[in-house]
Design a protein around this ligand. Structure first.
Ligand code: ZN
Ligand code: ZN
Length: 411
């Protein structure tokens, strides 16, 4: 791969993604197959003045072996040292970089009961950690680089090195890195565009949005009072601007917990716990998921929805035009970081506190009082956008506004 583009990418993640400050520790969660990029991130982080860089190596092979063969008692609790490390790094203000790259079917055939128990354990033991991350106590950034097993799933039927090359090219395009361009400048402009759209959505002060398309989606979504739409960059509690996802194309908020009614049909497969879930359909009544269906791996999906009370409710509503760069690539990435940024989506589970005015200052109970789905140990995005999606909004002062028409923004 082009060295100049790789180095631009590493500097972009460190400089704009987590926006590292002098003397700040950095942690990188990195698959072993991405070691070369992990090293570049380390170099870029020290170059930007990081106090230290802590690598957390991951490996699909080792992980699958553990899932299949580790002692059964290992799936009911997160090891105390792991919890401690995460908490301590947050306490020290460490920026968190995570590289999302995995074989989409790495855990195929693993006992779903193990996955369910682990999900529950991780949700419980890492609750404080994920709450702090979602409330932007520290800057965090999820990015991706290709690995062979994943590239072959995205581009089947061609040699591995060609698939890797194609996936690299697709990722660079998605994160706006060109050979002779200025990635940081590209991102500044891109974030400003998205933030403008988010401000417009907030100013409308929508009370309800009605989704309809020909795949069977017919859904009414009420919004909480003082809802805030977010996009592009976010601020940490300490006021540092960072970008949580690279790429990002979404404008998002959180629905009123008890205000969702109707049917929602997913438009893309969802990779969940190393399994591919296809053909998802949810039915909602007063916010609660009352019907769950998937054509494939329904059990994996059902276990996650039934994880806790909050996982039965939506925590995110996100708008992405059908006619947008990642969507136009026509590539199904089998990786939520990319697929959610190619499609309107929702997430079930925990809402981001920033989606309601001054939400980052509020406790879980206060956020719940404002109408957010504030207490779940999961957050799973799933894609619903289609070419023919229409969204009609009703504002709190009684106006009707076409928000989406034929899959794209109409405002
Ligand atoms: Zn989202
Ligand atoms: Zn999400």
């Amino acid at each position: 791969m082009n060295e100049n583009m790789l180095w631009q990418y590493a500097r972009l993640v460190v400089g704009v993604g987590i926006n590292v400050k002098k003397g700040q520790p950095v942690t990188v969660n990195c698959p072993v197959e991405c070691a070369a990029f992990g090293r570049l991130l380390t170099k870029a982080a020290f170059g930007a003045g990081a106090k230290d860089v802590f690598m957390v190596w991951r490996d699909d092979f080792v992980s699958r072996e553990r899932w299949l063969h580790a002692d059964d008692t290992m799936f009911d609790a997160v090891p105390a040292w792991d919890v401690l490390m995460s908490k301590e790094l947050i306490k020290q203000g460490a920026g968190r970089i995570s590289i999302a790259a995995s074989d989409p079917e790495n855990l195929k055939g693993v006992d779903p009961e193990r996955l369910r128990r682990w999900s529950a354990a991780a949700g419980r033991d890492l609750k404080e950690v994920s709450r702090d991350v979602m409330a932007n106590v520290v800057p965090w950034c999820v990015v991706s680089v290709p690995i062979p097993s994943w590239a072959k799933k995205v581009f089947p039927g061609i040699p591995e090195d060609e698939a890797m090359e194609k996936l690299w090219r697709a990722i660079f395009k998605a994160v706006r890195i060109t050979e002779d361009g200025d990635a940081v400048e590209n991102w500044r402009e891109h974030c400003a565009d998205l933030e403008g759209k988010a401000r417009a959505m907030t100013e409308f002060d929508f009370e309800e949005l009605h989704y309809v398309n020909s795949s069977g989606t017919d859904l009414y979504v009420k919004m909480p009072e003082n809802n805030v739409w977010m996009a592009g960059g976010e601020l940490t509690k300490g006021g540092v601007k960072f970008v949580a996802n690279m790429p990002t194309e979404e404008v998002f908020s959180a629905p009123l917990r008890t205000g969702v009614n109707g049917v929602l049909a997913a438009s893309k497969p969802l990779v969940l716990h190393g399994n591919v879930v296809e053909g998802i359909r949810f039915t909602f009544r007063d916010g609660r998921i009352t019907g769950i269906h998937a054509d494939r791996n329904e059990e994996t999906l059902r276990a996650e929805v039934e994880l806790d009370e909050g996982s039965h409710y939506l925590g995110e509503i996100a708008l992405v035009p059908y006619d947008s760069p990642i969507s136009n690539s026509g590539i199904l990435f089998y990786n939520t970081l990319f697929d959610e940024n190619a499609s309107c989506h929702f997430a079930f589970g925990q809402a981001y506190p920033s989606c309601v005015k001054d939400g980052e200052e509020l406790s879980t109970e206060e956020l719940a009082e404002k109408g957010l789905n504030a207490d779940s140990s999961t957050h799973v995005d799933f894609m619903v956008g289609t070419r023919d999606l229409s969204i009609i909004g009703k504002t709190r002062d009684g106006k009707t506004v076409k928000v989406f028409e034929n899959g794209n923004f109409a405002i």
